[in-house]
Design a protein around this ligand. Structure first.
Ligand SMILES: [Zn+2]
Ligand SMILES: [Zn+2]
Length: 309
C-alpha cells in the first residue's frame, strides 16, 4: 500500500477550535493517519502522513467540504511507510513557537501578511536580483540546523529569540548580514521557510515593524521544490519527520548532501543529521561518511571515549 507525507497550514479565524478538533477526530476514526495536527483560534498547522487514501483524503476533505478550510494548499510526498510514531491532533494556542506567542499578531488577515509569491515568481526574483546585482534581502526564518542541511544562496537570520525552536549550539556560524532593524524598510524582503507558516507569521511581524515590500514563498520550500526543483537551492531540505531530509527527484541510493560542511573535518557532509552517540553529549550534528564511521556515530574524538555510549 502507498504511504505519503502531507503538509499544510491555513490561517483563518476559528471561533470554536475545540468543536473543530472533535469533528476532525471523528473523521480520523478507523483511518491510518499519524503526525502533528495543531488547531487554534488562528487556524491549523499540519505535518502528518499515512496511507495515501487517508492522509491525502483528510486534506481533500478539508479543502472540498469544510468552509473554514476552503482553498487549502497542501503538498503530498510519496514515502515508504509511516514517518511519524502516532497521531497528535490537538489544540495548541500557538501554531508555531514564537517568542511572546502569536495571538497578538493579526495573522488571519491576509492584508496584514506579506505578499504570497508563487515559486515561478520567486525564482524569477532571485534570478533578476543576481542579474542586476540588486538582490532583495532574502530571509530564512528556520532554525540554523535546517539552514545547514540546505538553503537559498542569500540569507538573513531572524533577530535572535524571535523564533523559538530548539536551540542549535552546534550550528555553523551564519554569514554576516544586515539585520532587519538596520535595513531600509522599502528594500524588498523575500522570506522563506519549509512550508510557509513561519513566513506568514514573521511577515506579519515585519509589516507591523514598518517594512513595506514583503514577499513570502507560497507553500514554502516544499512547494518550490515540487514546481521548480533545485534551481537556486544549495543542498537538501530538512524535514520534521522520520526522513529528516529530502531532495526532489532523488534516486534511492543517492546520498543527501548538506549545504554546510562536515562539522568534524570540513569535507562535504551527508544527511541526515545525527545525535551524538555519547548519551551525555547528544549533540545534533552533521558529518561526512568517513567521520561517521571513524567516530562510531559520535560528534568528536573525545565523545568516543565517554562512559555512556
Ligand atoms: Zn568529516
Ligand atoms: Zn558528542
Amino acid at each position: 500500500e502507498e504511504y505519503v507525507v502531507v503538509n499544510f497550514y491555513h490561517l483563518v479565524d476559528i471561533p470554536r477550535p475545540h468543536e473543530v478538533i472533535n469533528n476532525h477526530r471523528a473523521w480520523m476514526e478507523g483511518r491510518e493517519v499519524r503526525g502533528r495536527i495543531y488547531i487554534s483560534e488562528q487556524g491549523i498547522n499540519a505535518q502528518y502522513g499515512g496511507l495515501r487514501k487517508d492522509a491525502e483524503g483528510y486534506a481533500r476533505w478539508l479543502a472540498d467540504t469544510q468552509p473554514l478550510f476552503k482553498g487549502l494548499l497542501y503538498t503530498v510526498w510519496p514515502v515508504e511507510g509511516h514517518q511519524y510514531p502516532k497521531l497528535r491532533l490537538k489544540y495548541r494556542p500557538n501554531l508555531i513557537s514564537l517568542a511572546g506567542g502569536m495571538q497578538a499578531l493579526p495573522i488571519t488577515d491576509p492584508a496584514a501578511r506579506a505578499i504570497p509569491t508563487p515559486p515561478t515568481e520567486w525564482k524569477r526574483m532571485l534570478s533578476e536580483g543576481q542579474r542586476t546585482g540588486e538582490m532583495p534581502l532574502v530571509l530564512d526564518v528556520r532554525n540554523s540546523y535546517e539552514w545547514d542541511a540546505g538553503h537559498f544562496p542569500c540569507h538573513l537570520p531572524p533577530p535572535p529569540l524571535l523564533l523559538l525552536a530548539q536551540s542549535a549550539p552546534h550550528a555553523t556560524p551564519l554569514p554576516p548580514a544586515l539585520l532587519p532593524q538596520n535595513a531600509d524598510p522599502d528594500r524588498p524582503v523575500m522570506i522563506y521557510c519549509t512550508g510557509g507558516i513561519r513566513c506568514d507569521v514573521y511577515g506579519t511581524y515585519l509589516r507591523k515593524k514598518g517594512f513595506n515590500k514583503l514577499y513570502t514563498l507560497e507553500g514554502g520550500i516544499q512547494n518550490y521544490m515540487r514546481e521548480e526543483g533545485l534551481d537556486h537551492w544549495n543542498g537538501s531540505l530538512f524535514v520534521f519527520d522520520g526522513r529528516m531530509a529530502i531532495r526532489p527527484n532523488k534516486d534511492k541510493e543517492e546520498e543527501l548532501e548538506a549545504a554546510a560542511p562536515c562539522q568534524v573535518c570540513g569535507a562535504t557532509a551527508v544527511l541526515p543529521h545525527m545525535n551524538c552517540a555519547n548519551i551525555d553529549c547528544n549533540k545534533l550534528f552533521i558529518a561526512c561518511d568517513a567521520c561517521k564511521t571513524k567516530f562510531s556515530g559520535c560528534c568528536c574524538e573525545a565523545c568516543t571515549a565517554a562512559p555512556r555510549l
